[in-house]
Design a binder for this molecule. Structure first.
Ligand code: ADP
Length: 396
């Protein structure tokens, strides 16, 4: 049985084709600059990688080429081999509490919820429509980023603002990266052979969120109404005092959208360091001979790790103790200095790192020492596989 996982952006389409018998990726790739000059696609299969320039006016063009290539490159014999298509969908508000078969109602809801994810929901719809056109008889499943967080209770998801904002306009915490956090919870539970775990899942990439999980269910998460909230990120500020917005508008002569844009794109590691949004650059700048550069990198690194520590500490209390802390995504899986600093900050909880094990990059590994009160693991995330597994379950 073969299933394609799709992540459609406004000008891109990522795919992974899985053989569900062994849950392995047979082919994967990316269609880029759809609807923009200079479009191209990359397909990886059998240890090979092909990159080709092609005219991709619409997402449907990308899907047609993708399916054609899967056959002509002999990755599959015919399109009949594709049993299902799973789509990563971003915002399902409080209506979608789990993955579901994609119907007209789902598509209409994605459009209706577009103000909640203006960049993502319309792009997700383009991806669905393209597959509907080219593979009309293959069942499709939608896997929402927000769904996993729907188990949060009122105390977690309400903001202390006029209740009317929530009732009339849906102003509440939704949370994101849900598919990744769910994958982490499932994987660590399987590896440790226990379902009743209190987990703190730290998905820290360019965007990042920390989630408190109990018995496989989300209890609280750091992102909020939008992905701007929570920990400091590559270019996003994370939590700030909202009064800053009107103050900076007045001081800089900007409008509210422009200030929010700066909080999304010019803040975080990039904004504070004035060097880069990439942790690798920050870590290497901390070793620089240039004292000023070193100081800039250091303040960004310390603030970043402080905000992650703060959420872990909050969720430790919320969960009434923690059975396991997991690190995942770009920094979580790869950045030794980032994990080291966060774990040092947690020393008072009895967290102790095994510095040799902490050198790991992109592999499942326990990185805490045996006498650490809380075991700490690196768990590589796999949102594509999670989407394929949900698809398999719902079409079977
Ligand atoms: P996204 O949120 O866009 O999916 P990723 O999870 O791929 O992002 O994370 C990308 C970020 O991870 C980079 O910006 C970089 O800061 C960090 N990163 C990736 N590899 C490394 C590495 N080897 N060492 C330190 N940081 C890394």
């Amino acid at each position: 049985m073969k299933i394609i996982s799709i992540n459609a952006g406004s000008s891109s389409l990522k795919f992974s084709l899985f053989d569900m018998d062994d849950k392995k990726v047979i082919a994967s790739g990316l269609f880029e600059r759809i609807g923009i000059d200079g479009s191209s696609y990359t397909i990886k299969y059998n240890g090979e990688k092909i990159k080709t320039e092609a005219e991709l006016a619409t997402h449907t063009d990308a899907v047609k080429i993708l399916l054609d290539k899967l056959v002509t490159l002999n990755i599959i014999k015919s399109l009949d081999e594709i049993d299902g298509v799973g789509h990563r969908l971003v915002h399902g508000k409080d209506k979608y509490k789990e993955s579901c078969l994609i119907t007209d109602e789902v598509v209409n809801d994605l459009i209706a919820f577009k103000d909640f994810a203006p960049l993502h929901n319309p792009a997700n719809v383009l991806g669905i429509q393209a597959f509907r056109e080219v593979l009309p008889n293959v069942p499709m499943v939608g896997v929402f980023d927000t769904a996993f967080h729907q188990t949060m209770d009122e105390e977690a998801y309400l903001y202390p603002v006029p209740y009317f904002w929530y009732k009339a306009h849906g102003v509440r915490k939704y949370g994101f990266h849900g598919t990744s956090h769910r994958y982490i919870a499932k994987t660590i539970s399987e590896k440790l052979g226990r379902d009743n775990l209190r987990i703190i899942s730290c998905h820290v990439g360019n965007g990042g969120s920390i989630t408190a999980i109990k018995d496989g269910k989300c209890v609280d998460t750091s992102m909020g109404f939008t992905p701007l909230a929570g920990i400091m990120m590559g270019t996003r500020s994370g939590d700030v005092d909202p009064s800053i917005i009107t103050y900076v508008m007045e001081q800089e002569g900007l409008n509210a959208k422009e200030v929010i844009d700066d909080l999304n794109k010019k803040s975080g590691l990039l904004g504070l360091s004035e060097i880069s949004s990439d942790m690798r650059d920050i870590v290497s700048a901390m070793d620089s001979d240039d004292e000023e550069k070193k100081a800039k990198a250091r303040r960004a690194f310390l603030k970043y790790t402080r905000t992650v520590t703060n959420y872990i500490a909050e969720y430790y209390v919320l969960l009434g103790g923690v059975d396991v802390i997991c690190f995942t995504a770009g920094l979580g899986e790869n950045s030794e200095p980032f994990r080291k600093k966060v774990c040092e900050n947690l020393a008072c909880l009895g967290v102790k790192l095994d510095s040799e094990a902490n050198k790991v990059m992109g592999e499942f590994k326990k990185i805490s020492s045996d006498d650490s009160t809380i075991p700490v693991y690196v768990v590589p995330t796999d949102e594509e596989l999670m989407i394929a597994l949900d698809t398999l379950k719902l079409i079977s």
